[in-house]
Design a protein around this ligand. Sequence first.
Ligand code: IPM
Ligand code: MN
Length: 369
Amino acid sequence: MQLRIVVLPGDGVGPEVTEQAVRVLREVAGIHGHNFHFEEHVVGGGAINLNGLPLPTTTLDACLAADAVLLGAIGSPEFDHLPADRRPEAGLLMLRRKLGGFANLRPIISYPALIDASPLRSEIVKGANILFVRELLGGLYFGEPRGILSSNGSSAAFNTMRYSVSEIERVARVAFEAAMKRKRKVTSVDKANVLETSQLWRQTVTRIAADYPEVELDHLYVDAAAMHIITNPRRFDVILTENLFGDILSDEAAVIAGSLGMLASGTIGGAIDLYEPVHGSAPDIAGRGIANPLGAIASAAMMLRYTARLADEADDIEAAIDNVLDAGYRTRDIATGDNRRVISTSEMGGLVCDTVAQVADIRHAYHAV
Ligand code: IPM
Ligand code: MN
């Protein structure tokens, strides 16, 4: 299998964690004889410093010519003073729009080994496994008109939340299809008691649900969903929601996994799929070799699952993550009081590489009998 992967390390901890994800992908390619080709480009703050633009044309063109894009993180406090359209984040949003992926998949898994890393009680998080399907190209992030108006010394700012039926339909189908392969339940999250966009959302999702009679659908208002996610996470299978609600709720749900550093994501449905850990640039810990690379590594596994359709290889990476955690190894963010095996970013990457090889061997042995 040939795969052309554009790697965008980006800002903060992005370069450290993508380095480990690439290392794991190389390991997998070596084991299975795949040909993964990596090409690195600048994006975000690093790109602004080089040439003033958060998404240079060379970077975008390379992404558009790739099979998949693996992004580290974007954003740095250094650029906080810039207007929204010139900040590093604008580069990420432009990239998302140009690549066209509208369904952002964010799995939230309570790893048995990390139960104690969650601030939630173990009987609440144990066994929780949620897939967020976040709409990624609409809503307040992209709605027009938007802007800041100033007159007579006073200012007002405005954004537009807009969703068309077809935008809702296409992401809803992704959620129902995903649910068919899981526990067959979709919870659609909206604010239909207040917002027209949410009323259209609820109506459209309900109509699409008729095509998936095996899938149970329920609806929650976003405020109630925020509470249920941390009081009863096991009630959820797939959570389908719009862009901003999904952004907020998926960070909240990270407490189930124990750390934002654990969360992976993949954005599908467009011309080119985009994979990125959920954690962001974490400037406070960047460059110290302590960031958790597992979110980036798990994003690489999603790339193999969804873009390359290499399910065995993706399973192997995920099993390797499980095994390394079971063996007690932790980066600082997921270490609890009694952990003696606190390791660095690159040690974690190295352990996953070693384990991936073992896991693949074992799977082969099973297939042989
Ligand atoms: C995320 C991030 C981004 C978002 C930012 C960096 C623009 O928070 O991927 O969740 O809001 O989508
Ligand atoms: Mn976010």
